[in-house]
Design a protein around this ligand. Sequence first.
Ligand SMILES: O=c1ccn([C@@H]2O[C@H](COP(=O)(O)O)[C@@H](O)[C@H]2O)c(=O)[nH]1
Length: 282
Amino acid sequence: MSAIEPFGTRLRAAMDTRGPLCVGIDPHASLLTAWGLNDDVAGLERFTHTVVEALADRTAVLKPQSAFFERFGSRGIAVLERAVADARAAGALVLMDAKRGDIGSTMGAYAAAFLDKDSPLFSDALTVSPYLGFGSLRPALDAAHVSGAGVFVLGLTSNPEGAEVQRATAADGRVLAQVMLDHIAAENRGADPLGSVGAVVGATLGDAGVDLAVNGPLLAPGIGAQGATPADLPGVFGAALRNVLPSVSRGVLSHGPDVNGLRAAAARLADEVRDAYGQSGQ
Ligand SMILES: O=c1ccn([C@@H]2O[C@H](COP(=O)(O)O)[C@@H](O)[C@H]2O)c(=O)[nH]1
């Protein structure tokens, strides 16, 4: 049996062939209602199945937001498990947005849940928070390495409140987010074509103002409902643009429940992203 390729390699290929776009699966109660569905497990299941059916065979990455499934308890988790399996079977990479972060021993259990090949929730990558110390993420980084998965570490998040923590000055004078980005760069050193440890850097930031040369993917949420547009990406990411994976949830999901509406919205955004990258010469 051949070993699975590292996440960074698989993501590079997916972005090059399908286009650099991540679509979030965020079943907000308000979206279920807008789609004519009940805010219950049946509505959650229909919504999720429709998004996967519409996009998993053409979008590089689908990013289920775990919180919207967890709110329905075990039956919501069952819908999430099915979505992960179906999306992966249709060729999308699945990034589980669960933003886990804890002391190392507990981090090991989160890693077992999402990054162990034999887990029902095994995903191609997982979002994690480094703000208990980057070293506390070691069990997740090690588990991802073993299973060929990826980890996206929160760097500079898209919400305005994040700056209070992430732009604070660390003991050595660096901005805290830069400390995390430097750790990520160290994890990815020597990886080719792309490391498997990514950073989350909001598309809403205007100018990131940090060194983004981490040799790994840069997940850029905030496009659409949070106000950023693909045209903002060159200004935020500069020379790192080629490794940027823009992420959109409500900006696509609000075009459902029609499968073609979802596909058209995602395709429009992918075109806008390509234009933005092209104009910046990336
Ligand atoms: O900095 C971050 C990190 C993660 N997110 C997540 O992305 C989506 C955004 O949804 P939109 O509807 O496109 O606003 C959501 O799941 C967040 O939890 C983020 O927004 N910012």
